[in-house]
Design a protein around this ligand. Structure first.
Ligand SMILES: Cc1ncc(COP(=O)(O)O)c(C=O)c1O
Ligand SMILES: Nc1ccccc1C(=O)C[C@H](N)C(=O)O
Length: 420
């Protein structure tokens, strides 16, 4: 299906009904003003050109209205997060009531664990995938310690087998058979940051629930990349960020999913703040805490509107493109990348990301035996923005909104040249 030529890549771009979206983004350039090959949307997504207008609108409303902007701005600030909910929920396959944009990822992870990790003397262990992102590992370890458990005993790593790079579902099943009675929480990344492996969220959820465990997912590398179909997985909660595939800017706000069945459970403990309180009586000030139903009830503070404006801009672009269309392009684009890397026929190289589209998003993690960071530095000097993860992996993630087939082709050419 694929061919190893620039002509083929250009033809794919011509046939791509989403190719005009590239022009809606600021592409970083070199000193000569030429666009770099940006394959790093898994770390920081690019800036949509409309983002500055969305932010400026709020700056202007603030300048002109002051405090009145909370109610009188074109998009009033009091309910501003609500303008994001529906589109965000659609991207992750959730019902609007299950989703809220707030805080940042690790903060949300802790808030979710405050509510959903309620260990007992017998059922207290937490399972994470072995190469979970460090922040997730620190968060679960610190939750164990907070409840006076020793992470040495309480943290279970779902590991790839000796000599393998990917986690096998049957090994998670085995963990549950052996230790399920003492496990309280499965906290798994939906798509692993290092290997690019996407896990079967529904199967993991069903497995966890069979053993009466809570199941939560970190969608940092999933949201805007794969379709996690959150509601139907039945997961208890999920958290994600918006600065990667959701193109909402460095350090922008995260989001949170709480399954509908927990929407109004008075027994759930939580850390509370006034933004999670009943909107009708929030400003009466002297009421007892009355949590909003659904994910909104976990909000703490009134949120930063400027960051939310950037998220609104990005979600409008996703809505215009349609996630299904994006995913279709993504599968083809990453397939092309995979084909070209295989075509290098270089024995030092292996792709550790799964070969099957159901088990990956757009990222491929390319292991280069006995290479060091110098390889990555040379790619950078050649105009490729990718990233390097110790000990020997280059991660490249063609994002269907702004990457082209030609980007992918040029990347492979440069890699070939540098390896030779
Ligand atoms: C899987 C994963 N978890 C957590 C984080 C940390 O998120 P934050 O800094 O927004 O808390 C990241 C990336 O930064 C990540 O990729
Ligand atoms: N937020 C950042 C700030 C600085 C440097 C990297 C990040 C990342 O997001 C890294 C990303 N989570 C990763 O998968 O490597």
């Amino acid at each position: 299906m694929y061919q190893n030529s620039l002509e083929f890549a250009s033809q794919c771009d011509k046939e791509d009904s989403l190719s005009h979206f590239r022009n809606k983004f600021h592409l970083p350039t070199n000193d000569a003003g030429e666009a770099l090959i940006y394959l790093c949307g898994n770390s920081l997504g690019l800036q949509p050109k409309i983002t500055s207008e969305y932010i400026k609108k709020e700056l202007n409303d603030w300048a002109n209205l002051g405090v009145e902007g909370h109610t009188e701005a074109e998009h009033p600030w009091l309910p501003y997060h609500e303008f994001l909910t529906e589109k965000m929920a659609m991207l992750v396959g959730a019902k609007p009531q299950e989703v809220v944009v707030m805080n940042t990822l690790t903060t949300n992870l802790h808030l979710m664990m405050v509510s959903f990790y309620q260990p007992t003397d017998k059922k207290y262990k937490i399972v994470v995938e072995s190469d979970a992102f460090p922040s997730d590992k620190y968060a679960v370890e610190s939750q164990l310690k907070f409840h006076d458990f020793d992470p040495e005993d309480g943290l279970i790593l779902w590991k790839p087998r000796e000599g393998e790079e990917l986690c096998r579902f049957e090994d998670l099943e085995q963990i549950m058979v052996e230790q399920g009675d003492s496990i309280a929480l499965l906290m798994i990344g939906s798509t692993n940051y290092y290997s690019g492996q996407s896990f079967p969220l529904k199967r993991i959820t069903e497995l966890g629930h069979k053993y009466n465990c809570i199941v939560g997912f970190d969608l940092a590398h999933g949201a805007g990349n794969i379709y996690p179909d959150l509601h139907n997985t039945g997961a208890d909660f999920a958290v994600w960020c918006t600065y990667k595939y959701l193109n909402s800017g460095p350090g922008s706000l995260g989001a949170c999913f709480v399954h509908q069945r927990h929407a109004e459970n008075p027994k759930l403990k939580r850390f509370a703040g006034w933004w999670g309180h009943n909107k009708q009586t929030r400003f009466n000030m002297r009421h007892d805490f009355d949590p909003l139903p659904g994910a909104e009830g976990w909000q703490l503070s009134n949120p930063p509107i400027l960051s939310m404006a950037a998220i609104r801009a990005s979600l409008d672009i996703f809505a215009e493109a349609g996630f299904e269309n994006l995913r279709k392009k993504s599968v083809k684009l990453t397939g092309f990348l995979e084909y070209l890397i295989d075509e290098l026929k270089d024995e030092r190289i292996s792709i550790i990301t799964p070969r099957n589209n159901q088990e990956r998003g757009c990222q491929l993690s390319i292991q280069v035996k006995s290479a060091n960071k110098e390889l990555h530095d040379r790619l950078t000097a050649a105009g490729v923005i990718s990233d390097w993860r110790e000990p020997d992996v280059i991660r490249v993630a063609p994002a269907p909104l702004y990457n082209s087939f030609e980007d992918v082709f040029r990347f492979a050419e440069k890699l070939k040249k540098i390896l030779n």
